[in-house]
Design a binder for this molecule. Structure first.
Ligand code: G16
Ligand code: MG
Length: 217
């Protein structure tokens, strides 16, 4: 049976990718690197420092570790200016109704995000009260597709991996769930998230009865 749901943040609950892109694009420009929306897909679900590595790869540049950390900090400052202005209106469709239904039925709920700003974003969007546990970029050593973030979530909730259902929009995130022995709902396009057990467009397609169907697989 499924006892808990674990949610990715960016791309599942809110769309912070637009703010990440804005901040990275600005930074890339100062380095003379052309960084496009298409390139931005590669940054989804990966850590901050890995994001910078990818941008440097695109620009064919290398850089000392120290300077990279300084640039990551600079990017984060820009990003946080937008996060500070976030409101509950930015919650993606279907999210609040599904979280309420899960709560009412006694399911446990955790966050499994790569972001070190996850807690702040949940506060700004008023989603924080729904979560029994938050595992994010501050708690994990190995990024997705390593299952660490979701396994720690299951542990924090006191459930087994096979009792968890993960919601993910990134290929690496779906892989992380499957690597952890969990069932996974992909949020996005079926051709991209082919490893997921089922793919939905957004959480308006989710309900308790749909979740119960997934227990059969
Ligand atoms: C999110 C985004 C990634 C971002 C990462 C780290 O992951 O999808 O693009 O690089 O968080 O964010 P921060 O710089 O805030 O620590 P997720 O796992 O929530 O999709
Ligand atoms: Mg995501």
């Amino acid at each position: 049976t499924i006892k808990a749901c674990l949610f990715d943040l960016d791309g599942v609950l809110v769309d912070t990718a637009v703010y990440h892109f804005k901040a990275w694009h600005q930074l890339a420009q100062t380095m003379g690197i052309e960084f496009t929306e298409h390139d931005n897909e590669r940054l989804k679900g990966v850590s901050r420092v890995r994001s910078l590595e990818i941008i440097l790869e695109i620009g064919g540049k290398t850089m000392a570790q120290e300077q990279m950390l300084a640039l990551c900090e600079q990017k984060n400052k820009e990003y946080l200016e937008d996060v500070a202005k976030m409101t509950p209106e930015e919650i993606l469709p279907g999210v609040v109704d599904f979280l309420k239904a899960l709560k009412a039925e006694g399911y446990k709920i955790a966050l499994g995000s790569a972001s070190k700003n996850a807690q702040l974003i949940l506060e700004r969007t008023e989603l924080l009260p729904y979560f029994d546990a938050i595992i994010d970029g501050r708690h994990v050593v190995n990024g997705k597709p390593d299952p660490e973030v979701f396994l720690k979530g299951a542990e924090a909730l006191g459930v087994q991996p096979q009792e968890c259902l993960v919601f993910e929009d990134a290929v690496a995130g779906v892989e992380a769930a499957k690597n952890g022995g969990m069932r996974c709902v992909g949020v996005g396009q079926p051709d991209v998230l082919s490893q997921a057990d089922v793919v939905v467009k957004d959480l308006t397609e989710m309900s308790i009865s749909r979740l119960k169907e997934l227990e059969q697989i």
